[in-house]
Design a protein around this ligand. Sequence first.
Ligand code: PLP
Ligand code: ZN
Length: 403
Amino acid sequence: MYVSHLECPKCRATYASEQITQLCRCGAPLLVRYDLARVKTVMNKEDLLTRPADLWRYRELLPVRQERNRICLGEGMTPLLALKRLGPEVGLPRLFMKDEGIIPTGTFKARGAAVGVSRAKELGIETLAMPTNGNAGAAWAVYCAAAGIKAVIVMPEDAPPIPRGECAIAGAALYLVDGLISDAGKIVARAVAEYGWFDASTLKEPYRIEGKKTMGLEIAEQFGWQLPEVILYPTGGGVGIIGIYKALRELEALGWISGKFPRLVAVQATGCAPIVEAWQQKKSESQFWANAATLAFGITVPKALGDFLVLDAIYKTDGCAVAVEDEDILRAEAMLASREGTFVCPEGAATLSAAIQLAESGWIKPEEKVVLLNTGSGLKYPETVVSRPPLLGPEDHLPPLGV
Ligand SMILES: Cc1ncc(COP(=O)(O)O)c(C=O)c1O
Ligand SMILES: [Zn+2]
């Protein structure tokens, strides 16, 4: 393993990585640092060609020491689809979508869970607790089951129902809260203080981000190390966007990529857009968003612990932050399904609405290569589609199709 230490991006304090660590003393999240000079001497990008198509192919850039601690359910190396019908239609002929909908548990949360749970197992953690908007809880519950770790999951009562079933069948202790993810977080914090459980809340442990980082590694590898101009990401806690930026920095240090980074775009819903507001005001941190509500439930995060890292990634890459309306999200979801055959989650669909907005305003140019990150499958959100097909009797004839 090539981890050198943990580092605080705010006060620069450093910590040893072989002990159980949560936040920095100053309250900021910790980031995993690697001895990249040594990685450079032991690994070439060509080595990847013969490795299995899961995220452990990047093991030198991941924090798990022993192979026996790796929990792998086949996560990673998701398709990068060229949107050949939809792209030209919305004025972006070089539009791509990285589709996380086919990963275990149906969302990209499997990446953070695979690495976070594997590392928790390696550090000897027996019980962990986490607040969630649903999908992360489901992913951590199943990976904890595979690792033999007890998971305690707290999610809003209004969260979509399918992840509840995933938590339950995997044997997690599941609780619903009459409130938002921020309220679930407070309940978890009290339990952690009382029982000494490990707190696996977003960014309160350093390893989930390492799993999500692999989306950035894959995008670079799948494009043959020639980066796209723009990546749009549906941003709640922001771990994905922070992870993608971290991946790009590490690849640059290894000398595997060069030149200008993709402009990173944080996409939020108008009903919960703290990062967009902070970016518009050129702030380095966001304000708590009151009365947060959007049907893209995964991005209903009123105040993210890593907001300053999300904003830093946007500023450093000349990116931006965009809010989209719920009705445009539903329209985008239908466009992706009917033109490209992909049934995406509302969070992923939000990135298409944002790309359309940015193409119309001229912020994205037609010749630019653009990647939408679809973070999950629409199959986890059956309530976003209304279908009322006509009911036939066994002797009925079908009418001709309308023209
Ligand atoms: C489907 C989906 N997309 C996006 C997000 C936001 O993730 P992040 O914390 O990386 O911003 C979530 C979080 O719950 C989610 O479930
Ligand atoms: Zn610190």
